[in-house]
Design a protein. Structure first.
Length: 225
């Protein structure tokens, strides 16, 4: 292995200044893996206002205030795994972000830390493609996050990064469905449940997670120096 490659492996960069791999960076990587596992099994109920398709018809009826509130408030059960992935890449950078995801995947081959279990057989689960897609999404996001990205770039990173995960996840899902000869209605229901309105929530919270990760990174940089 060349000295140049070794130097890149043994660095954790912030503003171009290298930090050698230390016990602290290894602990951070392990904590990132733990965060992904926790996020996988965390479900948050989100309630917020929205405009349903039958808004005009509903408003033309005689309804009380309570029904009015309930009709325009929706709840959604959300699993924040993807925003945690973008928090990690904003916190740790591209190399350590990929290392965290790789560690998560390797552990999942031996322990039931994925949403529906674990083990080598999980390679043929419909949702495994989303997990694999974390790696190219982190590579993309980590590359564009170098320096001081402005608001528009952060939004672009969040949007494209989330789209990468969902597109690759759906393609992998179709591949597994083909191997299983699964009926199309089952595949469609899986796609809608995994990549329907979920995409919008993922984009919104991923953008917030990127900003939170960058601020946490600055704080850790101060502490570690």
């Amino acid at each position: 292995m060349s000295k140049r490659v070794q130097k890149q492996i043994n660095s954790f960069k912030y503003k171009g200044e290298p930090i050698k791999i230390t016990l602290g960076t290894l602990i951070l990587t392990c904590l990132c893996i733990l965060m992904i596992i926790i996020a996988t099994f965390t479900q948050v109920t989100l309630k917020h206002p929205y405009l349903p398709l039958d808004t005009l018809v509903f408003l033309s009826q005689d309804v009380n205030d309570v029904d009015m509130i309930h009709h325009f408030i929706t709840s959604y059960k959300y699993i924040p795994q993807i925003p945690v992935v973008f928090f990690i890449v904003a916190l740790m950078g591209r190399k350590f972000g990929i290392l965290s995801i790789a560690g998560y995947i390797i552990l999942g081959m031996f322990f039931p830390i994925f949403a529906l279990g674990g083990g080598v057989s999980y390679l043929f689960e419909y949702g495994f493609g989303y997990i694999l897609a974390f790696i190219p999404a982190i590579f993309f996001a980590g590359t564009l996050l170098k320096g001081k990205p402005d608001f528009l770039r952060v939004c672009l990173i969040g949007i494209i990064g989330v789209v990468i995960i969902h597109v690759l996840g759906v393609l992998y899902m179709l591949f597994v469905a083909t191997l299983r000869h699964a009926p199309m209605d089952l595949v469609t229901s899986w796609i809608v449940s995994q990549s329907g309105v979920q995409v919008l929530y993922d984009i919104f919270f991923s953008v917030l997670a990127i900003y939170l990760g960058k601020e946490t990174r600055k704080l850790l940089w101060i502490i570690m120096c």
